[in-house]
Design a protein around this ligand. Sequence first.
Ligand code: PEP
Length: 242
Amino acid sequence: MRKIVIAGNWKMYKTQAEALEFLQGFMPLLEETPEDREVVLCVPFTDLATLSRNLHGGRIRLGAQNVHWQEVGAYTGEISASMLTEIGARYVIIGHSERRQYFGETDQTVNLRLKAAQAHGLIPILCVGETKQQRDAGETEAIIFNQLKQDLVEVDQQNLVIAYEPIWAIGTGDTCETREANRVIGLIRQQLTNPNVPIQYGGSVKPDNIDEIMAQSEIDGALVGGASLQPESFARIVNYQT
Ligand code: PEP
């Protein structure tokens, strides 16, 4: 049985005060959320402690948006896995296309981060996906298979979530056609040694398309950027209708 994981990625949004305000609006909207849905908020590092203190044992799981592979050291600006677990994080996004594009993440550093996260009990959400140019050139499958091959070397597939995020669909409102997302996710699953790894779709997921996305047989959840910033819209996504 594959787990359903719906994760919000707040990117570089929300001060601590704004994060608390979100929580106050969001938590009451989860009262009817089916138990089998894992609800995750991947927030800026500075919001983790505040949220952790205010979750009160509820069903929201906390996540970060990156982690360094070293335990300690002279790595200015980086955060280690034990710093994240100490503060209550359970998940961490790794290899988001914005990290790859703007901050020079490579498949090698993504692989190191995945292994470090798992060694400390964090569940990584590994992001893979193609650019528009790569899709138009018919390279989608090759690009993604190559990312998986390099990123997953010696990675434990029992403690892993993968997000298929076509880069051209992130933050653009240009959602990947649901059957196409389902097809690519099915192909991703065929590359794995554990077919039960939850595989999310990410890219302009909104309240008005989540029901159709989650109706697809291969899709096990969503990674949600913009629409996770408002309690009502993220709650509608988490409470998708089957
Ligand atoms: C993301 O941040 O991973 C994402 C998919 O963003 P959005 O939902 O805004 O497209």
